[in-house]
Design a protein around this ligand. Structure first.
Ligand code: DAH
Length: 344
């Protein structure tokens, strides 16, 4: 019978593991098979001999064997780590421009569908010779409402719609998150004399119930032209050419009489959305509001309404993107779900 006890063998193997020299992948693999291999590994064999030990000693011996197994595993890990870290330093054929390895492929990002839509619309108007301007998202009552000819008791000023940064004092006016991009019209006309041809993209905020069709935050693009002979016919023509550029040459559009405090006359514009699955083969979808700048608005910014006329419009970017890409829930644009975003 072997003179060494199982405990002695465990100790001897432990020292051997500690001293093992493992400079290459082949040697690491041979070491793994020699110690931990299922069939002939030394540690595996020692586990099989646990019955040689007094039953009262088996618990302790089992623990010692487990420790030995962990020691061997740690030794392998260390040797592997040493191998990979020395790898890069010694190799001269390292190509740092190679793409990463599967299973961790590099996923390229993409522009958000709203950004894409915004850029496309901006591109169309730049092509028509428009400037692109911006305005603040926090506005005072004057720019957001008063100068735009909103009467003092107009419902749009109401707490229901407007998000207030500073609520209005009993006898005064508040500071608001702009409810539309139209206040930028006022800021531009305050600073610049006609002729004016400008679009203003940006975020707007409304305290609305969130649903598939409305969100507390969305984007608009405001358009403004002020000149000596700007007419409603010019407005119609320009918006028609715009719709053709965005939706295709055979786009069908219609102007419906409407009302906005800051334009007179005012209209809403619909485009025909063909859809064979619904009765009538499609339906009219509203894309923007527009009109001739109300003389009161020109007077509020010291532009002579006897000499100048203007037209303006405001369109919803989400609405355009939903039509263009067939998205049926506005909230998808704000959830940052990559399964949605990846499709654009
Ligand atoms: N500001 C309007 C809104 O948010 C949209 C709008 C309508 C803008 C007509 C305009 C316009 O410039 O002429 O609903």
């Amino acid at each position: 019978m072997d003179t060494m006890t199982l405990r002695d063998e465990i100790d001897a193997l432990s020292q051997e593991i500690e001293a093992a020299d493992l400079p290459s992948a082949d040697e690491i693999e041979a070491f793994r098979i020699r110690t931990l291999g299922r069939k002939s590994g030394a540690i595996t064999a020692l586990f099989g001999r646990i019955t040689e030990v007094e039953p009262s000693e088996r618990g302790k011996t089992g623990q010692a064997l487990n420790a030995l197994k962990q020691q061997a595993e740690a030794r392998i890990e260390l040797a592997q780590a040493a191998l990979t870290s020395s790898d890069g330093a010694e190799r001269t054929d390292l190509d740092l421009t190679l793409p990463g390895r599967v299973p961790a492929p590099v996923e390229p990002g993409s522009l958000h569908p709203l950004t894409q839509t915004l850029e496309e619309i901006k591109g169309i108007f730049r092509h028509f010779g428009f400037d692109v301007a911006e305005g603040p998202e926090i506005e005072d009552d004057w720019h957001n409402f008063t100068a735009l000819n909103f009467p003092p008791e107009h419902p749009a000023r109401d707490m229901q719609d407007t998000l207030f940064v500073e609520p209005p004092p009993p006898d005064g006016r508040g500071i608001v998150m702009r409810t539309h991009t139209s206040p930028a019209q006022i800021r531009i006309m305050e600073q610049q004399a006609p002729p004016i041809r400008v679009i203003v993209p940006g975020r707007v905020y409304r305290n609305e119930a969130i649903s598939y069709k409305s969100y507390c935050l969305f984007h608009q693009i405001e358009g403004l032209v002020v000149d000596e002979h700007a007419t409603f016919a010019d407005l119609k023509e320009m918006l028609h050419v715009f719709a053709q550029a965005l939706f295709g040459d055979d786009v069908k559009m219609r102007f419906r009489p409407s009302f906005f405090p800051f334009t007179e006359p005012s209209a809403e514009v619909d485009i025909w959305w063909a859809d064979e699955t619904i009765e009538g083969g499609g339906r009219w979808m509203e894309i923007l509001g527009c009109g001739m700048v109300d003389p009161n608005v020109l007077e509020a910014v010291d532009i002579d309404p006897e000499r100048y006329t203007g037209y303006a419009w405001g369109m919803g970017v989400e609405r355009m993107a939903m039509l263009k890409y067939g998205v049926d829930d506005i909230r998808l644009f704000y959830e940052n779900d990559t399964r949605f975003l990846k499709q654009f």
